[in-house]
Design a protein. Sequence first.
Length: 299
Amino acid sequence: MKLVITIIGMLLLIGCNAQNVKDTSRPNKNKVEAYSPTIFPQDTTKLWVADGNIENEIVAIFCQGGPKDVLSFAEKGKTSWRYLPNYDDYYRIHLHQANTYNPDIFRFKGEFTMKMAKKEVDNTSEMLYRAIKYYKDKGKTVWVFGHSYGSFIIPHYLATRPSVADKYVLISGRIDDPKHVVEAHANGFNGTYKEGIVFSSEENRNFSDYDEKDIRYYKRKQLLKAAVGRILYSKALKELDLLNSIYIYNPKDERVGGLNQYELDFLRVKGFQIYKTQHEHGSTIYGLVDALKEGKVKL
């Protein structure tokens, strides 16, 4: 009897101690101390949110602007892309980026380096590649749409991986981001373009009204932009066939600048349909809508 009581006591003691052991498998989302690189899921479809009829022949992959810490379609349940003619005829894929799939990129408290930023940009390109290949392997026609930061990701993908989509639509990006702009972003500062030409950095910005979390978010956004913009895509894509793709831009874009003549010549040589719009940066998707409705460009 004493032996039984002793054993029961030992089991209860072990149980109590076990409750005090920290569960390291459950990260505290409110306190992220160390950088954890993006880890890809075994289920590739976890890399996007799908919408529409899967039986549709055309799969439209949408790459959002930013870089942000949330996939806008997942948050809002709608997107500006919905104004595209024939939008309901596409099976819509709203693609994650490394920074939306792994938002701790913006939250951890250590240093975020250019090496880390390059890796996460490359992870986003890998997400795009896996999404395209997933649906091409199913016999689908795949079109890729990108706006702003998403429009920078497309040439990065094209420069680093096989081009397997059927068409690319780029809106409000750059082919060759100016060197001094990339340097400003690498130093953690955003900026604006006057008349789409002259860039002014925010290096003198007063951050006194921002808390540590907001400053971290702002700085890391810029570093991701530097990592994707550092490549001269006019050279990296020189040998690539990009016929029948579309580029929409505003010559006076205050956020990314207007395309210069060298970039425009590159796009023409590559066979892009090019359309100028007067819509401001956040609304240039409507420039594509206008061009399609007016027959100025064709998908």
